[in-house]
Design a protein. Sequence first.
Length: 177
Amino acid sequence: MPEPSTAGSPFWRFSLQLYRRPGVADACIALQEEAGADVNLLLFLLWHAAQRRALSVEEVAGLEAKVAAWRERAVIPLRAIRRTLKSPQALVEAGDAEAFRTRIKAVELEAERLQQEAMYGLLRATPLGQVAPSVAEAARANVGAYAVSCAMDFAAPAVEVLFAGLLATSGEMNPEG
């Protein structure tokens, strides 16, 4: 992800800041690759946790249903193209192929940003979750609800890295703006 900026929703800015934390990017990728997690949805749940909001399994399942088509039709195909271009064919000169891959990566990031902005927009229609006693409890509840709603088995070490990053980030930034 690029450097944080003042552009975008509070959720987008939160995601950029959290993703920069040590180990968080690797943990997100591990959960994506090993468990099939949607990193944008995971970040959305952590953003809610930063506001001490715990979502139910039903709310998380509803979010998953709303974002699935975009993820499947936009984000994942762009990611697949970018990954394929890591090993360019001999037809295209390596430097040109890498420049093209870099442009695809930027488009993939824009697809993820658009997903996050749309998810943020969902809050205007329906606030989610209940107040939790702490950020940590909300984070555990939200990630647990995601795992249950999608029948995923999240690797504990990766999840703990996310929780540590969240606690550090939420102490530095007002997640609402």
